[in-house]
Write a protein that binds this ligand. Structure first.
Ligand code: GRF
Length: 198
């Protein structure tokens, strides 16, 4: 029996990507367990989903900052994730920039999912950027997190078409379907690369 990969998940929103990871684990296509879920806001659905699934779920104290991710908060959660034995940290709709000391504690082991084919459309509302730009194609990217915004090395991408009648919401919905299948596959791929699993 292979060792399960221990995942930590950080999110700020609905947590549909975390749900997709949980579903892949339940379906047996990802040999992992989510050991800790953290959010920077107390009232978000990702925490509710986690608790309903019986997962450990906690709020990150960001010292009252709305968007900044203070170094002391990062240090605190890095130790929590370490203590929980986390192998890979998955950002799933987490809206703050992860920098040092998180990157030092989990080198090459922090992943993000972004709703575009990076390097196209980094930053906020990438699906809207694609529609406004009249792009013919978009998609999603799972990448390593580095100190930039959506700039780290790409692990896997998935493409979706953009139709002339699309608006931001319809494209986002199509991209999210692709995200839900991509993220668990990218985690499994990285686990093999890092030799967490053969
Ligand atoms: C996803 O579209 C992801 O690409 C972006 O934020 C969104 C999070 O959605 N980074 P959810 O919370 O996983 O539903």
């Amino acid at each position: 029996m292979q060792k399960k990969i221990k995942l930590g998940v950080l999110g700020s929103g609905s947590g549909s990507n975390m749900q997709a990871i949980m579903d892949a684990i339940d379906a047996g296509s990802l040999n992992a367990e989510i050991v800790l879920v953290l959010s920077d806001f107390p009232e978000v659905y990702i925490l509710e989903r986690a608790r309903q699934a019986g997962l450990r779920a906690e709020v990150i104290d960001c010292e009252g900052y709305k968007t900044k991710f203070p170094e002391s908060s990062q240090r605190q959660i890095a130790s929590k994730l370490k203590e929980a034995g986390v192998d890979i940290v998955c950002l799933a709709g987490f809206m703050r920039l992860v920098k040092l000391p998180m990157l030092d504690v989990f080198p090459d082991r922090i992943l993000n999912i972004h709703p575009s084919l990076l390097p196209a459309y980094p930053g906020l509302m990438a699906w809207k950027q694609a529609v406004d730009d009249r792009a013919e194609e978009s998609g999603c990217t799972v990448h390593h997190v580095d100190a930039g915004m959506d700039t780290g090395p790409i692990i896997m991408q998935s493409r979706v078409p953009v139709f002339p009648e699309d608006d931001a919401a319809s494209l986002h919905a199509r991209i999210q379907i692709a995200e839900h299948s991509l993220y668990p596959r990218a985690i499994a791929h990285l686990a093999v690369e890092l030799k967490l699993q053969e």
